[in-house]
Design a protein around this ligand. Structure first.
Ligand code: PEP
Ligand code: MG
Length: 896
């Protein structure tokens, strides 16, 4: 018989910490903590496989589950010596979700399950606290109504507020037992009115309802959104953890907290966390009250704190990673409710990785494996420019809050996640301001520059989610008055309306009015150390896509070892070193396009030559001996001429042409499918003089640099080729110009001539093309477009449906972001194999956007490329992913 339920308690557990796929992260953590003897309340876990079964079978539970549930409840009753629904010693349980990958706050939880009119008296009797028992009861009815029956939260909250007014108290803690009793009756009456049924009295019925609700929450909008944003795929579902309740809200000697074995913001080795006295379960995470720091707890409850500190040391050693733990103190006794590998900022990830490797807790390779490549980008957190006058800054302070996630953010204020999403879709930068955030808000949080909440601590929902993303976040700005209806926020005598700019300083926890200039800080020491380790491990070379000397220099700082793609046409419109000369360049290229004879074209190209030569000299110098791949003109010519009448008139005047001639030429250049039209090397086939000018500029620049003692390695690249004969014409034309110049100079200069592989035909015929090309560079932007028949410019309109789990879910990621390994990857693998069959030493790289995407880089490693090339800021991602690919290879070989 298939096992669906796994028990843990009194030092024994079915399963352990490695069973995450089946027990979920929470279940596996509880099992493991039980096994190693930590104080964990007993319980059992219904597996993720049961959730998978539930969805595959029209939302029906597996038939064997019933008996297994009854058996496990009986077992739990035995070890706890309490009984579900018992009028004297009732067993109460919590029912919580937990999938194999942590999704903080995205799914449902029900506490105090097992209470009814009889067992509540048992609870009141055994705790000698009637007030507490009825508070627990009303919390249960409230949670059950909203979570299981999906009744509106506000309807219940409203009754709670009305009751408090009637009783004449402000704080929940001041409500007497009679108040809670009344409220339970009211909730139940409302339940009946809404659902037509009585509130379920039978604990087993309650339990089945709760299990169904937890399974249901797996496919709730917010959970699906979170998985999409976090790119979590391939999980079976959520497990359900049914655990004996312990209470943090029985009085001043009780409480509940969340803590981390190291500081999740900075990575420092210090015990870090929040504790809330006399509070239950989710109060800390929900951020309803602002909690105390662990240091204060150490003073208030030294004995329990000492125990907790021991657990901290034990768990970190055991898991060999930073742990995020939840605990409850019931009448001075410590209970561990959860442990999981903690989320951390990118800075903290580097610091912990290097520290733990130094402490010999983990190996250097493990430290490298633990960095999420995409997180590196977030290391380059912006901060408010130090040049901003501090005095004027002080005058702009709106309010202070808790510095939950560092970095600074600037944006226009919006007050709902929905507005954040719609404004961001229009290209606006927004800061999301909420009283508190809830999992429904993740979509808006993801697109916001920063997040500000009026309540909550460092472990509140907003803080945890934002930290995972490395997004600037301030919480607990308690002086902030937010008026959702009027769309304003007020503090310190300042009122900010929707759409007005604010600046958050997440490092200091300060909110300013206005949009401050931000700068990117220098990197932590541990970053340099760890990246050096990664460079020592990787096999792939890492180059950059850079079109200007400035970008090339930046990329060198990020560790680029050459240029994999210099798009020459980007220099046609802008002179990056002498912007005032941009106009001359534009006119020269436009004159070339408008020319109707070869002579006229050559004349215009001659004007462009010195500009290009100067650019190339700058780039060669910046790369100082590293290879530089320069691609000849690629886009269709219509992109370089004006389409509006007024601009055409200006151009005609400057070039002494009739405006009709200009307009006529622009019309001629129009194509229905420009991406599949007269572009790429096809331009050089039609107008060889363009190729000649560009090759001349490259070789003359290289010779000039050589003369100045700069080592140069030019690689001349033809885009969009599709045939051996075509490539041969280009190669011969290139060599003719280059060799003549080199010969004339009397020096030696090595250079390569190669091609991009951007069309399926080129990949298919790679063996032939490699006969005349010395290198291949996969242009996977176009190769994705042409293989999949998806327009790289317009597919964004419908691609989201293709990656949405709830809609088509055809792809797990946008194929323009992360390589379609199955299809496009098959062509790449074939292209490399076939290319090297005729030219064994064929140099192969990639220069599409995928060169900066970690999964794609790993694939490039697997198929034997020589290097990847990515935009400057993503060079470190490529370096790290390349190292991880080697480490993963080793692990695979070992497992074989
Ligand atoms: C490509 O197509 O992948 C490429 C790098 O060229 P571009 O993006 O300039 O078309
Ligand atoms: Mg291309």
């Amino acid at each position: 018989m298939k096992k669906w339920v796994y028990f843990f308690g009194v030092g024994k557990a079915e399963g352990d910490g490695t069973w995450r796929e089946v027990l979920g992260g929470k279940g596996a953590g509880l099992a493991e903590m039980t096994r190693i003897g930590l104080p964990v309340p007993a319980g059992f876990t219904i597996s993720t496989e049961a959730c998978d079964y539930y969805y595959k079978n029209g939302k029906k539970f597996p038939p064997e589950l019933k008996k297994q549930l009854v058996d496990n409840v009986a077992k739990l009753e035995k070890v706890t010596k309490k009984k579900l629904g018992d009028p004297k010693a009732p067993l109460l349980v919590s029912v919580r979700s937990g999938s194999a990958r942590s999704m903080p706050g995205m799914m449902e939880t029900i506490l105090n399950l097992g209470l009814n009119d009889r067992s509540v008296q048992g609870l009141a009797g055994s705790t000698k606290n009637e007030r507490f028992a009825y508070d627990a009861y009303r919390r249960f009815v409230q949670m059950y109504s909203t979570v299981v029956m999906e009744m509106p939260k506000e309807d219940l909250e409203h009754r709670l507020r009305a009751m408090k007014e009637r009783v004449g108290v402000k704080e929940d803690t001041a409500v007497p037992a009679s108040g809670w009793k009344e409220l339970v009756a009211e909730y139940k009456a409302y339940f009946k009115q809404k659902t037509g049924q009585d509130f379920p009295d039978d604990p087993m019925e309650q339990l089945w309802g709760a299990i169904g609700a937890v399974f249901g929450s797996w496919m709730a909008e917010k959970a699906v959104t979170y998985r999409r944003v976090e790119k979590i795929t391939g999980l079976l579902g959520t497990a359900v953890n049914v655990v004996q309740m312990v209470y943090g809200n029985t009085g001043e000697n009780s409480g509940t907290g969340v803590c981390f074995t190291r500081n999740p913001s900075t990575g420092e080795k210090e015990f870090y966390g929040d504790y809330l006295v006399n509070a239950q379960g989710e109060d800390v995470v929900a951020g309803i009250r602002t909690p105390m720091h662990l240091k204060e707890m150490a003073k208030a409850m030294p004995k329990v704190y000492g125990q907790l500190e021991k657990v901290r040391v034990r768990l970190e050693k055991h898991y060999r990673d930073m742990q995020d733990m939840e605990f409850t103190v019931e009448e001075g006794t410590l209970y561990m409710l959860q442990t999981r590998t903690g989320k951390r900022t990118p800075t903290a990830a580097f610091r912990m990785g290097v520290d733990m490797a130094d402490e010999k807790l983990i190996t250097k390779e493990e430290a490298i494996q633990r960095i999420q490549p995409a997180d590196i980008e977030r290391l380059f957190y912006p901060v408010i420019d130090a040049k901003v006058d501090r005095k004027s800054l002080t005058g702009k302070i709106i309010t202070h809050g808790i510095d939950a996630v560092p970095g600074a953010a600037v944006g226009k204020v919006v007050f709902s996640a929905h507005d954040a999403e719609s404004w961001a879709a229009k290209g606006e930068k927004v800061v999301l301001v909420r009283r508190e955030t809830s999992p429904e808000d993740v979509g808006g949080m993801a697109v916001a520059q920063g997040i500000l909440t009026a309540t909550g601590g460092k472990t509140s929902h907003a803080a945890v989610v934002a930290r995972g993303w490395g997004k600037c976040c301030i919480v607990g700005a308690e002086k902030l008055q937010i008026d959702y209806a009027a769309k304003t926020m007020t503090a310190g005598g300042k009122t900010v309306k929707e759409g007005e700019w604010i600046t958050l300083d997440g490092g200091e926890g300060v909110v300013y009015e206005g949009d401050m200039p931000l700068v990117v800080p220098s990197l932590p020491k541990s970053y340099e150390i760890l990246m050096k380790w990664a460079d020592g491990v990787r096999r792939l070379g890492v180059r950059t896509n850079a079109d200007t000397p400035q970008d090339a220099r930046k990329a060198r700082e990020f560790g680029a070892e050459g240029i994999g793609l210099c798009r020459t046409e980007h220099m046609f419109f802008t002179d990056f070193e002498h912007p005032e000369k941009s106009h001359d360049r534009q006119r020269a290229i436009q004159e070339m396009i408008l020319a109707d004879t070869k002579e006229a074209r050559v004349k215009a190209l001659d004007k462009l030559l010195p500009f290009q030569r100067r650019d190339f000299i700058g780039i060669f110098k910046a790369m100082d001996g590293f290879p530089v791949t320069i691609r000849l003109i690629d886009p269709p010519l219509h992109e370089f001429v004006p389409h509006e009448r007024k601009k055409q008139e200006e151009l005609a005047k400057e070039l002494h042409l009739d405006v009709e001639v200009v307009a006529q030429r622009v019309r001629q250049l129009h194509e229905s499918n420009p991406m599949l039209g007269h572009r790429g090397c096809r331009l050089s086939i039609t107008y060889p003089e363009i190729l000649e000018m560009q090759v001349r500029a490259i070789i003359e620049a290289a010779l000039e640099c050589k003369k100045q003692g700069v080592k140069v390695l030019p690689e001349i690249m033809h885009p969009l080729t599709l045939d051996r004969k075509e490539m041969q014409i280009l190669e011969q034309a290139t060599r003719k110009v280059a060799d003549e110049l080199i010969k004339k100079s009397g020096t030696k200069l090595e250079y390569l001539v190669g091609t991009m592989i951007e069309l399926p035909r080129a990949a298919l015929l790679a063996a032939e093309i490699a006969e005349v090309a010395e290198f291949f560079s996969f242009g996977t932007n176009d190769l994705t477009q042409t293989t999949m028949g998806l327009s790289r410019d317009d597919a964004g309109r419908f691609l989201p449906d293709y990656v949405d789990e709830k809609k088509a879910g055809v792809f797990t990621a946008d194929p323009f972001q992360s390589l379609d390994i199955k299809g496009v990857g098959m062509l790449m693998r074939w292209g490399i194999e076939r290319g090297r069959s005729t030219r064994p030493k064929l140099k192969v790289g990639i220069c599409g956007e995928h060169g900066g995407d970690a999964d794609s880089v790993k694939f490039c490693h697997e198929i034997g490329m020589d290097y990847v090339s990515s935009s400057p800021f993503r060079v470190p991602i490529s370096r790290l992913a390349a190292a991880q690919a080697v480490i993963e290879d080793k692990a695979k070989a070992k497992n074989k």
